[in-house]
Every structure is written in structure tokens, then in C-alpha cells.
Ligand binder design. Structure first.
Ligand code: B1N
Length: 829
């Protein structure tokens, strides 16, 4: 036992006698009680669940802080290149178990809580997850910071400390109702405010030109400022003593701002101004994939990147030569949301540091890299010139100049090809003049990457073809990944133990070792143990669902799961049509009840509050569920569950219990998907299209262990080209017709045909995502699923092979790919 004392030369701080490394139960208990008494101001006897939770969280954080301080000492004066991950979203999930695991504190914490007579599980359930993201993009950022810390990459995550994260979803009469996510109200024990490190961020105003010793320079005279206050979260690596920082910015009114108005005697206005400033970090925009061009959203984006750039530059030595900035940092742009950082760095270098434009541009190009996460044209962010000019006039000038020089280079290479110039201009002219942020990022970044092989190829061929031709060397791929710590080790303790008993625990940080499980697929005893783990996970899910929503998965049911944001391109409607077809088949007598494979279909999905069709689809799922679940003719053999408010915490119970993973987007629309990886890694079989990372999953697990169906992306392009007529599929397929007719008849809406009429007519006459064209292939694939599930042992064999062959999908591998292909940061330790 090493006790940290002042005589210890490596001690990072003065003595804290009770905090021992390695931790002991006594030391942990003492620190816990200290936090309860002095931080919480209560005795153990009087402490509420919340008091106990806060003190426990503080204690865990204290131990991590010990590592963080030592880490800081180790890195003090280090000159290594750092990764600054710029992301508007981090969907972190619960912190307690994650930090107990990473810090190897679970044992002492359990002992300490037992010694205090506290139920640790109750405190676990008390935690509210920080939902500071919408879906896959935000969760990817959270997985990446976990891997960066585990790999020991010098890095900082920068983002926004939203006061309200993604809304809490409830259902009223089957329809989504959004409730505010007041995640901070009971205290925020994991964060550390650092008011002394606040940055000022300016907005509005105008520019003026000044004659600076013969050179004409532009200068920004902003109109208003806000203060950006950092809140730091510790990001521990897995048992490696490394702790990185996630720095999230909160907007506060600046004193100067308040004073100016206050002195003018208008107190009310001063208070209003404060609210105005603080609105910037008030709420996460609940849009996944289809951002609305709202002014406040642009304010959020600039707010956090301007503060982050200043913060990072402030860490460099006073006399640092900014021409060498690329040796010290790479700013990774997580989609277009932080791309306003590009003109901001230019402005800082040119206007504030007097660097020549060309030199600043060379530096900037090396300091950024851009990850694109989409293929949907409507998801590519554009900012109207009018808005950008009003909010950030100097940045607009800088963008214009970048564009001018870029288009001059295009002309130099291709001549005055006006079509090409219009296609490649960073400024779109229609429907309004607007800055295309993806183009700006592509021109400015040293690399552009997609998030799965197919996505990166389509990015080159379809989304940015002119840029891929102009800058072929910039384009690369990094297939997404997920952290094995949270999504296997923590979420699936049963399977984790089984794996570790078989091959040791090295897989937690070296996931490719799961390959060593492959021979065990042929071992009957291992298969039995694996099946028993799955059954246990279903029981555990039932406990969670019972307590949370009064729901349960049927005994002996195939657990068929579709959890993801609600979006037409993801095709929850295709899944609904399958359920309705099975229901209709039994009710009409075409399917004998005894022939129906018992199934529970579990949905989880939030819809953007302004996305009317997505909300109707949620309503339809709930409506179908309430009919199917209670119709005695089905005798409970087909169940539809839709627990509200799907989030990271629920995912951790659902994914390990799943038999079948639904990944059924229209080919060419899902950039990658990451849920698909989590399911396969936990031994669910995928039914999926040739889309996103499904392609790579299937290649790795093998055709025999994956239910592929549907059109390929080139086939989709071909029928789109020829003119797609969904009604023709309806006419030709009797089963499809019966399912759609049943919905249209009002069978799921108490006879009211109007309720789902918009869904039905959209399917018949528009069907942008070709649900009807893939219906029959999907139904056939589900028949293959039923047949395969009938052979339980064969199914388990396939499930084991899925686990064994999915080590590639670790976010540790993704981060190594970023290092090799994009960041070129020093080797990790
Ligand atoms: O990013 C994930 C991918 O796995 C998914 O396929 C992709 O859909 C998702 C605007 C987005 N793309 N774009 C967004 C999120 C919020 C927002 O306001 C767009 N999310 C994705 C990780 O690569």
C-alpha cells in the first residue's frame, strides 16, 4: 500500500492521508463520509439517497483526480501533439459504473457502501445520465474519448454543457410528448467548474479596415460578449492511470456586459441581457440528421469552438511560434457543427497575431480534419450569408476570401468551367446565399473521412465528387467503433465473465482477442453456457422493464429489437409492416398460431419534436402494439413493446438481451450505425441491408451468421433513376396489400381511418425510402430468421461467432486508425 505523503517525491500534491493508492475500503469509506459531511452537510444517519449518491460520486471522482493530478505532472512541459476533439454532442451515459470500472474501484466501493449500510444498487438507479447528445454521433464522441484515454493519447474533448440535454420522452395515448431533461437539478457531482479559466466570446457588430503600416487589414468590432465558463469532466482510461479531460462550456453573462446596461440605469434590461447570454448553452437541439438553420444553433457552435481554440492556445508557452501550431494540435471536426472554427482560427492568427494570410491558411489547413457523418442532402448544414454576416461579420469576410482563393485554384486547374465553379463554391446561391459548411470543412481540412467503408466511398462518389477529384489525397475512411468497456464489460457482465474465463481478460483493451472464442462455437458446454447468459440477460431486462414501464418480454420469445432515432430512412415502418403482416396472418387464419415463432418486438426511438411524420410513426407503433398485445387470438405469442425514453442506460439492458438486431435502413442512407456493432458484439444476429457498417459486419461474421436482405445502393439508384412507383408494389404483393389495408381500415385507431391516413398515403404515393420495394425481401428474410431460431443450438453457434468476429468494431481500433490516417500523433503508451 502506497500512502501519498509530502515526503514522497512523486506526490503530485500535499498529503491527503486518507486517500491511498491502491484504494482500500477503509480509505474509501473515510473519504465518502468526509464528502457526505463536509460537501453534503449531512450525517450518514440523516443522508437521503441523493446525499449518498452525491458523496459516492464525489469520492470516486476524488480517486480519479489523484490520477489526473499525477497525469498532469507527467505531462507538464510535454511537447506532444494533442488531439482536440470538437463536438457539439457527447452522449455520455451514466458515469458511476464507468468510473468505478476504469479506476478499478468497484470492489472497494461495494465494501465501503456495505460498511455504511448503503445499497449500492439503489445509488446506481438514482443516477441521471447526462444526455448531451441526440444519438449515434454524440455516443460516438463519448466512445472516442474513452478510447483516447485508454490508449493514452494526449487529447481534450471540447463541447457544450447544455443545461437541458435530449428531452425526456413520454407517451400520451401512444403519442410522443417531450419533457425537459433537467439533469442538473439534483447536483452535478462529476463536473468541476473552472471559473478562473473562463473565456470571452464575442458576437455581432461590424468590421472596419485599418491601414497597418501600408497593409490594409480588416478588424472586427463586435457588439456583444458572453463569458464561456469551463466545466471539466474526468475521462479515465481503463486501469492505466490516465485521465483525460472533457471540457464543456457554459454561457454566462459577462460582468462588462451587465455593467454597461446596469450603469445606464435599466436594471430590467440588464437582467434580460443576462438571460439572453445564458440561453446559448441552455438546450441541446433535439434534431438528429436534419438540423434546422436556427440562429441560436449557430451561436452555440461559435460559442464553443471560439472558447476551445482560445483555451487550447492558452496552454502553449507564451513565446510559442504559431507557425508551428500543426506540430502541437489537430482539431478534429465532428461533422459540420464545429466548422466555424476554421474562420475563427484564421481570424485569431491573422487579426490577433498579425500572421500573413497565406501563412495562416497553411497553418489552418494542417490543424483541421473533418469527419462527415451523413449522406442525406438535407443534413448538410448551410448557414445563410445574411445570418452569418449579422452574427459573425469578420468570419463571413474570411470565408469569402477562402472561397475566392479556392475557386481561383479550381479555375487554374480546370479553366472557366462555370458549372464546376458553381458546384464547388463554398457559397451556395440558391435558394438563398449560404455557406456550405461541409465544403468549407473539406477545403480547409487536411483530411476528410467517412465513418464506414461504404459511406466513405459514397462520400467520394456522390456527396463530394468534385472535391474528391480536386483533393484525392484528402479522402479517407475510418470505420466507427464502440467502447468494449461500456458496451460489453459493463453492460454484459455475464458474457464478460464467460469470455474472461475462456480467454483471459485482455480483450477489454484488445478486442481482436475475441477471435480466440471461435473454436468454442463448436464446444457444446460453451454453447450451453452462452445460451444461459442470454437467458439471464433477458431476465435482467425484464426486471428493468417491469420496474420502469410495467412491461416484460415473453418467456421463450425471440427478442427482436429496433432501437435508434426515429427517421423515415431507418425504416421503422418496414418493421411495423412485418408485425402487422404476422398479426393479420394469424387473425385471418392464414398462419396457424402454433406455427408462429413467439416473438417480442422491442422498439426504442425518439422523434425530433418538429418531425411530424416521425411522430405519426411512433403513434402507429404504439397503436399496433396495443391491439396486437391484447388480442386473445394471438395468445401473447406476438408482443410489441415500446418503452419510452430510450437512452444509453436502457440500451445497456436491452442490447445484451437481444436475439435479433434490426438494421434495415435503405441502402445508401445510414452512414455507419453503431448500434449495429453493439448488438453483434453482444451476440445478437443481424437482419440488415447492405448499408453503412452492416456491410463490414457481414463480411466479418460471414453470410451464414447474418440475415441480409434488400436492394443494394446501386439498385436503389437505378430504380430511383427509372422512376419509383410504390403503388405498383402494393398492387402486386397480396401480403403487403393486406397489411397496408389493415392499417388504412382503422383497425389500429378505433376505426378512425384518418389517424394513419398520412402514413398510408405517404407509403403508397411517395415512399422516399422505398419501404414497399424492400417489403417482400424483408418478409422472406424474417422467415429465414424463424427457421434459424427453431434450431436453438445452431442459433447460439452463430451468435458466438458474431461475438468472436466483431473485435474489429472496438473504438480503440477506430482511434488507432485516426492516428495512422489523419492525426499522426505520437505513438500511444
Ligand atoms: O452519426 C453516427 C452514424 O453511425 C450514423 O449512421 C449517423 O446517422 C449519425 C445533425 C447528426 N449523422 N449525422 C448526425 C446528429 C445531430 C445533428 O444535429 C446530424 N448523426 C449522424 C456516428 O457516425
Amino acid at each position: 500500500v502506497r500512502r501519498v505523503t509530502s515526503s514522497d517525491a512523486t506526490a503530485p500534491h500535499p498529503p491527503v492521508p486518507a486517500l491511498e493508492l491502491p484504494p482500500t475500503a477503509d480509505g474509501f469509506t473515510a473519504q465518502f463520509l468526509r464528502n457526505l459531511n463536509f460537501d453534503g452537510g449531512v450525517t450518514l444517519a440523516d443522508a437521503s439517497t441523493n446525499d449518498r449518491y452525491l458523496a459516492l460520486a464525489r469520492t470516486v471522482r476524488d480517486y480519479l483526480m489523484l490520477h489526473a493530478l499525477a497525469d498532469q505532472q507527467r505531462q507538464a512541459g510535454a511537447q506532444a501533439k494533442a488531439v482536440c476533439y470538437l463536438s457539439a454532442e457527447y452522449l455520455l451515459g451514466n458515469q458511476l459504473d464507468n468510473d468505478l470500472l476504469a479506476g478499478d474501484l468497484a470492489g472497494v466501493a461495494a465494501d465501503a457502501m456495505a460498511a455504511c449500510g448503503i445499497d449500492l444498487d439503489e445509488l446506481r438507479r438514482h443516477e441521471i445520465e447526462p444526455g448531451l447528445g441526440n444519438g449515434g454521433l454524440g455516443r460516438l464522441a463519448a466512445c472516442f474519448i474513452d478510447s483516447l484515454a485508454t490508449l493514452g493519447v494526449p487529447s481534450i474533448g471540447y463541447g457544450i454543457r447544455y443545461e437541458y440535454g435530449i428531452f425526456r420522452q413520454t407517451f400520451e395515448d401512444g403519442q410522443q410528448v417531450e419533457q425537459p431533461d433537467a439533469w442538473l437539478t439534483l447536483g452535478a457531482p462529476w463536473e468541476q467548474p473552472r471559473p478562473e479559466a473562463a473565456q470571452t466570446v464575442s458576437f455581432g457588430g461590424r468590421t472596419e479596415t485599418v491601414d497597418d503600416a501600408g497593409t490594409v487589414r480588416s478588424r472586427w468590432i463586435p457588439e456583444w460578449n458572453v463569458s464561456a465558463v469551463p466545466y471539466d469532466y474526468l475521462v479515465p482510461g481503463f486501469r492505466n492511470g490516465r485521465v483525460n479531460t472533457l471540457r464543456l462550456w457554459r454561457a454566462k453573462a459577462t460582468d462588462a456586459f451587465d455593467l454597461r446596461i446596469f450603469n445606464s440605469g435599466d436594471y430590467e434590461q440588464a437582467v434580460r441581457a443576462q438571460t439572453f447570454a445564458e440561453n446559448i448553452s441552455k438546450v441541446l437541439y433535439p434534431e438528429d440528421s436534419t438540423p434546422q438553420g436556427k440562429e441560436l444553433r449557430l451561436q452555440q457552435q461559435y460559442f464553443f469552438v471560439a472558447a476551445s481554440i482560445r483555451d487550447f492556445l492558452g496552454r502553449l508557452p507564451e513565446d510559442f511560434d504559431l507557425a508551428r501550431l500543426p506540430e502541437r494540435v489537430i482539431f478534429q471536426l465532428n461533422d459540420t457543427h464545429p466548422v466555424i472554427a476554421v474562420p475563427e482560427l484564421m481570424r485569431v492568427l491573422v487579426d490577433e497575431h498579425g500572421m500573413a494570410w497565406d501563412e495562416a491558411w497553411a497553418v489552418t489547413q494542417q490543424c483541421f480534419a473533418y469527419t462527415c457523418h451523413t449522406l442525406l442532402p438535407e443534413a448538410l448544414e448551410v448557414w445563410p450569408v445574411e445570418l452569418l454576416g449579422r452574427l459573425l461579420p469578420r468570419h463571413l469576410e474570411i470565408v469569402y476570401r477562402i472561397n475566392e482563393e479556392f475557386l481561383a485554384a479550381v479555375r487554374a486547374r480546370f479553366g472557366d468551367d462555370e458549372m464546376r465553379i458553381r458546384d464547388m463554391s463554398i457559397i451556395a446561391e440558391f435558394p438563398v446565399r449560404a455557406v456550405r459548411m461541409a465544403y468549407l470543412a473539406t477545403v480547409a481540412g487536411s483530411r476528410v473521412n467517412g465513418v464506414a467503408e461504404l459511406h466513405s466511398q459514397l462520400l467520394r462518389d456522390k456527396v463530394l465528387p468534385a472535391f474528391a477529384e480536386f483533393f484525392p489525397e484528402k479522402f479517407t475512411n475510418v470505420t466507427n467503433g464502440v467502447t468494449p468497456r461500456r458496451f460489453l464489460r459493463l453492460a454484459n457482465p455475464g458474457l464478460s465473465t464467460l469470455i474472461t474465463d475462456a480467454i483471459g481478460d485482455g480483450w477489454v483493451t484488445d478486442l481482436e482477442r475475441l477471435h480466440e472464442l471461435e473454436p468454442l462455437a463448436e464446444d457444446a458446454a460453451f454453447r450451453a453456457a452462452f445460451a444461459a447468459v442470454k437467458a439471464g440477460n433477458k431476465r435482467r431486462l425484464n426486471e428493468v422493464l417491469q420496474a420502469r414501464d410495467g412491461m416484460r418480454v415473453g418467456d421463450g420469445h425471440l427478442v427482436d429489437v429496433m432501437v435508434k432515432r426515429l427517421h423515415e430512412y431507418k425504416r421503422q415502418l418496414l418493421k411495423v409492416l412485418h408485425v402487422v403482416s404476422e398479426y393479420e396472418g394469424v387473425v385471418s387464419g392464414r398462419i396457424a398460431l402454433a406455427d408462429l415463432q413467439p416473438r417480442t418486438v422491442l422498439f426504442g426511438a425518439k422523434a425530433a419534436p418538429g418531425y411530424a411524420m416521425a411522430k405519426r410513426i411512433i403513434h402507429l407503433i404504439n397503436a399496433v402494439g396495443s391491439v396486437v398485445n391484447t388480442d386473445p387470438r394471438l395468445d401473447g405469442r406476438l408482443q410489441v413493446l415500446f418503452p419510452p425514453n430510450y437512452n444509453v442506460t436502457l440500451a445497456e439492458s436491452v442490447i445484451p438481451a437481444a436475439d435479433l438486431s434490426e438494421q434495415i435502413s435503405l441502402a445508401g442512407k445510414e452512414a455507419s450505425g453503431t448500434g449495429n456493432m453493439k448488438f453483434a458484439l453482444n451476440g445478437a444476429l443481424t437482419i440488415g441491408t447492405d448499408d453503412g457498417a452492416n456491410v463490414e459486419i457481414r463480411e466479418l461474421v460471414g453470410d451464414a451468421n447474418f440475415f441480409l436482405f434488400g436492394m443494394t445502393e446501386p439498385e436503389v439508384a437505378e430504380i430511383a433513376q427509372a422512376g419509383y412507383h410504390p403503388a405498383a408494389f402494393y398492387q402486386e404483393d397480396a401480403g403487403l396489400r393486406r397489411a397496408i389495408d389493415l392499417i388504412a381500415s382503422g383497425a389500429f385507431s378505433g376505426g378512425d381511418r384518418s389517424v394513419f391516413e398520412p402514413v398510408v398515403s405517404n407509403l403508397l404515393y411517395e415512399d422516399r425510402f422505398m419501404v414497399l420495394a424492400d417489403y417482400s425481401a424483408y418478409m422472406a428474410a424474417q422467415q429465414r430468421v424463424d427457421a434459424a431460431y427453431a434450431d436453438q443450438d445452431g442459433w447460439t453457434r452463430a451468435a458466438i461467432l458474431n461475438v468472436a468476429r466483431c473485435g474489429f468494431f472496438s473504438s480503440d481500433r477506430s482511434i488507432r486508425d485516426y492516428i495512422d490516417r489523419i492525426w499522426h500523433t505520437p505513438p500511444t503508451t
